[in-house]
Write a protein that binds this ligand. Structure first.
Ligand code: HEM
Length: 412
């Protein structure tokens, strides 16, 4: 009987790359290798997120992102998880999940926070804080790199961007972790908890907003939003949505790149030796680490009309997962050694980890600046991170990263 029932269960679709365990166990490489070779645009009829198309190589991914009128960010949101009002879901519009013209206007509001001159203005402060965090790490002892360095540095940065009360800054980490976890879609109770945390977050920020509303403009993001035409009149959901976008956008992603630089360089000691011998390789290493990690595995688009993509017929309403994590390992662009870190890879900059086209990450420069300064300050102190055991990874097909990483920091 047991066997008969088992026989009736649908077999696992090994090419359904939305399965969380692939990322938890770090076994996503092989299915994506097959997808790139055999079916770079492939229909997955069944998954925990319903049917979807997987776009897993470089060329079609860029094609989709270059056609934002046909492949909408707004029609179904930006992750494979669908919005479901019957399951404790409230739509919180954020500009990453809007199409033109609203997207253009709202993006324009926050873009001044990330210009090259703003990066210059922030550099000394980032360098000072990075140095302080590194100097607080005990040498030759077992520590969690994720908590001590990656989370601390990214959370401090967000607190500064938002002019957020310093002593409460870990709340940002907490809200970001809840907001970015799309696997919660599978559990109604957790979904409800998430919603409560999002409202807590909204209430906290509403209070900060109220404190700034009648004051002259300051360089932080809340003040920028208050003093803009495009964002000043948002309703509560849109306000929370856009805040969450900036919190998650700036938090999990940079955090997981900082963890990846510890883990990845430990995996490739010859490359680490090259970098230690020549700090001029740091800017390229930043690109290479972001490519190799790809902190967001995918973004989703929804087709607004029928379209033929690499010979496959996409229908209006279909959802597509754009697998950056796979396109960044595309052999035809990055070569046969795409799975490896090469600190001097000549085209590391071509990675798609920030996306492509009108939604390309608005915070990319800030992320690069923070990761670069971390590597520079480590080099100045001659610090090396030795990973002691396999890290605990995030079990999800959206945020691609690490929960814990036991390391010992030594001097070389
Ligand atoms: C958009 C990745 C850091 C804020 C995006 C997108 C990706 C991405 C893949 C969507 C692109 C698309 O749909 O085509 C990353 C990675 C980061 C990072 C890998 C770090 C290594 C940051 C930081 C911030 C930020 C530091 C801000 C503090 C945003 C925002 C958007 C965005 C607001 C929406 C842009 C739009 O829709 O026009 N990011 N991000 N990100 N990111 Fe980042």
């Amino acid at each position: 009987m047991a066997t008969a029932l088992k026989d009736m269960e649908p077999a696992i679709d090994l090419l359904d790359v939305s399965r969380a365990e692939l990322y938890r166990d770090d076994t996503w490489h092989e299915p994506f290798r097959r997808l790139r070779a055999e079916a770079p645009v492939r229909y997955t009829p069944q998954s925990d997120f319903g049917p979807y198309w997987s776009v897993s190589s470089y060329k079609p991914l860029v094609e989709v992102e270059s056609l934002p009128e046909i492949f909408s960010s707004e029609a179904g949101g930006i992750t494979l998880a669908d919005f479901d009002p019957t399951k404790h879901d409230v739509r919180m519009p954020m500009f990453i999940a809007r199409d033109r013209p609203v997207h253009t206007a709202q993006r324009r509001t926050v873009a001044p926070a990330f210009t090259p001159s703003e990066m210059v203005r922030m550099t000394d402060d980032i360098r000072r804080r990075t140095g302080e965090v590194l100097d607080s790490v005990p040498l030759n002892s077992r520590v969690d790199w994720v908590d001590l360095v990656s989370i601390e540095l990214t959370t401090q940065m967000l607190a500064i961007l938002f002019d957020f009360p310093w002593e409460d800054r870990r709340k940002l980490t907490f809200w970001s972790d809840w907001a970015g976890d799309i696997e919660l879609v599978k559990n109604e109770e957790l979904r409800l908890q998430r919603l409560q945390h999002m409202f807590e977050c909204g209430a906290y920020f509403q209070n900060l907003w109220n404190q700034k509303i009648d004051k002259p403009q300051t360089p932080d993001l809340i003040s920028m939003m208050i003093h803009s035409d495009a964002m000043a009149h948002m309703d509560q959901y849109e306000f929370i949505g856009n805040l969450i976008l900036l919190i998650v956008g700036g938090n999990d992603t940079t955090r997981n790149s900082m963890s990846a630089l510890a883990y990845g360089l430990d995996q490739f000691p010859a490359e680490r030796a090259k970098l230690e011998a020549d700090p001029a390789l740091i800017p390229n290493t930043v690109q290479e680490i972001i490519r190799w990690q790809t902190p967001l595995s995918h973004m989703r688009r929804t087709a607004t009309q029928d379209y033929e993509l690499m010979g496959q017929q996409i229908r209006q309403g279909d959802k597509l997962a754009l697998w950056y994590v796979s396109a960044n390992r595309d052999e035809s662009v990055f070569g046969a050694d795409a799975d490896e870190i090469k600190v001097d890879r000549p085209n590391a900059r071509r990675h798609l980890a920030f996306g492509h086209g009108i939604h390309r990450c608005v915070g990319a420069r800030l992320a690069e600046l923070q990761i670069g300064i971390l590597l520079e300050e480590m080099a100045k102190r001659r610090l090396r991170v030795n990973v002691l055991e396999e890290p605990t990874r995030v079990a999800a097909c959206f945020v691609h990263g690490y929960r814990k990483m036991a390391v010992e920091v030594t001097r070389y």
